[in-house]
Ligand binder design. Structure first.
Ligand SMILES: *[C@@H]1O[C@H](CO)[C@@H](O)[C@H](O)[C@H]1NC(C)=O
Length: 475
């Protein structure tokens, strides 16, 4: 994939690098062949976790295998050895190769795919570029389960545009069937129009964050098409997590983190804008050298080598002096997943099945349930939400663990802190629809015994939380 470096003096280096390869290190000149590893505990050897740490929350920040981090580090070394050569000439070329690999994985044309730092950045890039109509009727539709920072982005965009565009929240109460989600969506579009508004953009997730549930984004995208609404898919949990075919789904805008489920080092996200919409997205965030103003005849030429790509791609190629060597190792991550894990399909089968079955095992031990609908479409993903045996009430309920309503946020924080400090793990615990839930992640380095292990810990902390004086007690 990556050709040998064509500088004579490096032939000597090539030999040393190859020797390293034999020792399981990474090479920039030769392809490494990875060994297939069974899912579960055997996989842990590829990751950098502390042996005492149990990583049941892959969904928040992801984790990259050592081999992929090493590949990135080799690029960093190359950059440090000849900064201008790397940043000006080699980086753009490697970036194009990475975009090509990502485009192939997502089944999208290469000219529609660029990298940004994360999904929130992608959502910001889209919403801050769209030229809102000045009749004040534009609306952005979003579900109440939107990721916090993206919800704030919607509010911020409304504010800085002096409410030329306004948010419209769509309320869902789970569990819901996909058909019910679709109904809420259609009703909101109707309500928007009935209020003489113009539903301009709809944002929805592939898999929501809290609770972690699969969203019928394909159907919602289709409705957007029929209704003439721009679809913006927040795939924070997207590539590497669920099957994605962007040519088939054909959204107006799509962004997916690659640092969570694809094993690319943090933070890396792929932003997809089909050619038909690229005219709307004038600038990267922040605006950089790639921007071409309409008025000043293209603007000041930059001192970077002339761009070979389209205006859109060019905008996102160089946004400043920042280490984005992580963007370059997406091809290595894809290859690693293929060779070590047996490919995307095998991974997704294992991880989604583990999340659902693991979640059920935890619920069984806690005497509760997982959040799911009758069709089990909500749990067709790597996240699972388990109800915790903890009630909120003003007075103690016999036979239950009870917490006063006013204390619920502090209790949530303390539960998480105890899990970190005493049990070397972190679980996303959240108060949702009047109850406490724990969100767990399935991943290739976990197996069912990890879920059974954490069930015991969750049971213990809930019992402690339900007793008088919990907030005052030292852990
Ligand atoms: C996304 O990236 C930007 C910087 O590129 C950072 O400021 C922001 O905190 C990140 N957001 C998340 C949710 O990671």
């Amino acid at each position: 994939m990556i050709g040998p470096i064509k500088i004579p003096i490096l032939h000597f280096l090539k030999i040393t690098i190859l020797l390293y390869t034999k020792m399981g290190e990474v090479s920039l000149t030769e392809e490494v062949k990875y060994e297939r590893t069974p899912f579960g505990k055997d996989m842990l050897k590829h990751f950098a976790f502390d042996p005492a740490w149990k990583n049941l929350n892959h969904g928040s920040f992801g984790a990259a295998p050592r081999a992929i981090r090493n590949k990135q580090r080799a690029y960093q070394d190359e950059c440090d050895a000849r900064p201008d050569l790397f940043i000006r000439y080699r980086y753009p070329k490697l970036l194009d190769e990475s975009r090509a690999a990502m485009a192939k994985l997502l089944n999208a044309p290469i000219e529609t795919v660029v990298y940004v730092s994360n999904a929130t950045m992608g959502v910001n890039t889209i919403l801050r570029n769209i030229p809102w109509h000045d009749d004040g009727r534009d609306e952005i539709l979003y579900f109440n389960t939107i990721y916090g920072a993206c919800g704030k982005t919607v509010e911020c965009v409304a504010e800085i545009n002096r409410y030329a565009v306004q948010p419209r929240e769509m309320h869902v109460t789970y569990p819901l069937s996909d058909a019910d989600v679709v109904k809420v969506f259609k009703d909101s579009i109707r309500a928007s129009r009935a209020a003489r508004k113009f539903p301009r953009v709809a944002i929805f997730d592939t898999v929501s964050s809290l609770p972690g549930l699969r969203v019928p984004f394909e159907q919602l995208t289709q409705i957007c098409k029929e209704e003439g609404i721009l679809s913006l898919i927040d795939g924070a949990h997207g590539v590497g997590h669920i099957p994605l075919d962007l040519s088939a789904v054909d959204p107006d805008f799509f962004v997916s983190n690659a640092h969570k489920w694809l094993f690319v080092p943090r933070g890396c996200a792929v932003l997809f804008v089909p050619v038909r919409n690229q005219g709307l997205i004038r600038s990267s965030l922040p605006t950089s050298h790639g921007f071409q103003p309409k008025t000043s005849g293209g603007g000041t030429p930059s001192s970077l080598p002339p761009a070979k790509n389209s205006k859109f791609v060019n905008n996102f190629e160089f946004v400043g002096t920042i280490d984005n060597t992580n963007y370059l190792v997406a091809p290595e991550a894809i290859k690693w997943r293929d060779e070590v894990c047996g490919g995307e399909k095998a991974i997704m089968e294992y991880t989604s099945n583990l999340a659902r079955e693991g979640g059920k095992a935890v619920a069984k031990l806690l005497g509760t349930k997982i959040l799911d609908n009758d069709e089990h479409t909500l749990t067709a993903c790597n996240l699972v939400n388990v109800l915790l045996p903890l009630e909120v009430s003003e007075s103690a309920i016999p036979g239950t663990n009870t917490v006063k309503s006013a204390d619920k946020y502090e209790v949530t924080l303390k539960l998480q802190k105890i899990l970190i400090e005493e049990h070397n793990t972190f679980i996303a615990i959240f108060f949702f629809q009047g109850q406490w839930w724990a969100r767990l992640s399935g991943q290739v380095y976990l197996d069912i015994t990890d879920f059974e292990w954490v069930a015991g810990k969750l049971k213990d902390v809930c019992e402690r939380a339900g007793k008088q004086g919990f907030l005052e007690s030292k852990n």
